[in-house]
Design a protein around this ligand. Structure first.
Ligand code: ZN
Ligand code: ZN
Ligand code: ZN
Length: 460
């Protein structure tokens, strides 16, 4: 008789369980999540008028006396099914802010709306791929103080591992790169304040009066470029003072908003804390700033394309983009174990080393070594931009008949505790199969998403 693998034996054991059908239902309701969280507990809903129990659910009757829920990880490398769901939610969240829907009025379509890309400045020349053009050509040749050539001249393929690597690692300003990441959140906050200030001053308003006239909303996503520096894509919208339901003032035009974004990005300056080792660095956005109007006439870039473009980035972990690791690094030696380029590893080591300096303690650089010092979320949005992930999840739960909001006159008591996570080998195999089936069934929706993503958005 053929020897069965451990996975097969485990899968057979599961399939022979009398509660297998119900177990499979649970797996399907998590979308085939690769690392589900297991909970044990109960929910009881009763009428406040009669004390009659209207609904009772207890995991005691479930397979293994537990209920499995999604891990909700956004990264495709960690959990493909949950990352697909997260990308879908992000798509709807960004789309609602552009086109309305999900509690956002459709009138947002006619508001001044822009898609802006802000980059990091240069920390030293890196190899780049430019459509068959030679990389950093230099007629006069020349060498840096470390004896490395100042130019390159090779026509790199975009898959060339050299692309994004510095021409001279010794000339490259690693501390500035890491510290820029650590201050990216502050640079963004100052940028937003600057946009409001410039809009106000362009029409002779005092800055403090701006909130009485208009409101700026945005959703932004961070992306690692090939040189492992974060850049930011943002959807920016101008509403009236009350937000999405309110018309902006007549002076709130696309041209004025574009101008305010450009000038603010060009002028923001954040200084690092003084360090005897590094000095005090002035940090700014890179000179490459791209601002495009999103027109209602859908001439250039469609709103769906923008939403899909943003959604695409939230599923990528730092590891997948080759710019870091998906998990926190706990020791200096962990850095060696990360599958990354020499450039990324040098950034990690710089991050760890600077993290040991007292003056940089508030930046928590060691805790964020895996993201090269960047502490922000991948997606951030202002409150008035559109709906929330929580609202989208609640809507989905309602569709599935779970977690219905209690009727008036009823109360719910819930008691839950965490009892574990993950799959046994056989369960993992079955869950992967369920996830694949669901993915195939959802292919129509995703094909739409992909065709929208396929729209060329140029460099960024
Ligand atoms: Zn999951
Ligand atoms: Zn090159
Ligand atoms: Zn050099």
């Amino acid at each position: 008789m053929r020897q069965l693998s451990e996975v097969d034996r485990d899968a057979i054991r599961l399939a022979q369980d009398p509660k297998f059908t119900r177990w499979l239902e649970q797996i399907a309701s998590t979308g085939g999540c690769a690392h589900p969280v297991h909970l044990s507990g109960s929910t009881t809903t009763w009428s406040t008028a009669t004390n009659e129990i209207l609904h009772h659910y207890d995991t005691r009757d479930e397979p293994g006396e537990r209920l499995s829920v999604r891990c909700r990880n956004r990264r495709a490398t960690v959990c493909a099914p949950c990352s697909r769901l997260h990308a879908g939610d992000t798509f709807h969240l960004v789309r609602a802010g552009l086109l309305g829907g999900k509690s956002v009025p459709e009138s947002v379509r006619t508001r001044p709306r822009l898609f802006a890309t802000l980059t990091a400045p240069s920390f030293g020349p890196v190899h780049r791929a430019a459509d068959g053009e030679p990389c950093r050509p230099r007629r006069d040749g020349g060498h840096c103080e470390h004896g490395r050539r100042l130019g390159c001249g090779t026509a790199h393929d975009s898959a060339d591992p050299l692309v994004g690597q510095p021409l001279c690692p010794d000339c490259y300003d690693y501390p500035a790169h890491v510290l820029w990441h650590a201050h990216a959140g502050k640079l963004w906050d100052r940028f937003v304040i600057g946009v409001r200030r410039r809009l106000a001053s362009s029409v002779g308003l005092a800055q403090s009066d701006f909130p009485a006239h208009a409101r700026l909303s945005f959703a932004r996503v961070a992306e690692y470029q090939q040189r492992a520096a974060v850049h930011v894509h943002a959807v920016v919208r101008l509403d009236g003072p009350a937000g999405p339901d309110d018309e902006p003032p007549a002076w709130g035009t696309v041209a004025r908003l574009t101008d305010a974004i450009r000038t603010s990005a060009a002028h923001v300056l954040v200084r690092t804390a003084y360090s005897p080792a590094v000095g005090e660095l002035p940090l700014a956005w890179g000179a490459q700033i791209d601002v495009r109007a999103l027109n209602a006439d859908r001439d250039s870039m469609s709103d769906d394309a923008v939403a899909a473009y943003v959604a695409k980035y939230v599923t990528k972990g730092a590891r997948e983009t080759g710019a870091g690791a998906d998990h926190r690094l706990l020791t200096w030696d962990d850095i060696d174990a990360v599958p990354a380029t020499r450039h990324v590893r040098t950034l990690m080591r710089t991050c760890w080393r600077l993290g040991g300096l007292a003056e940089y303690e508030p930046l928590r650089l060691r805790a964020w070594t895996h993201t090269l010092g960047y502490r922000g979320h991948i997606l951030t949005k202002s409150r008035a931009y559109s709906t929330t992930y929580a609202a989208l999840r609640a809507e989905r739960a309602e569709h599935q008949g779970l977690g219905q909001p209690p009727d008036a006159g009823s109360a719910t008591d819930a008691l839950w505790r965490y009892v574990g996570s993950g799959h046994t080998p056989g369960a993992a195999l079955i869950a992967a199969g369920v996830a694949e089936d669901l993915a195939r069934n959802g292919a129509i929706a995703r094909a739409e998403l992909n065709s929208a993503t396929g729209v060329a958005l140029g460099s960024g």
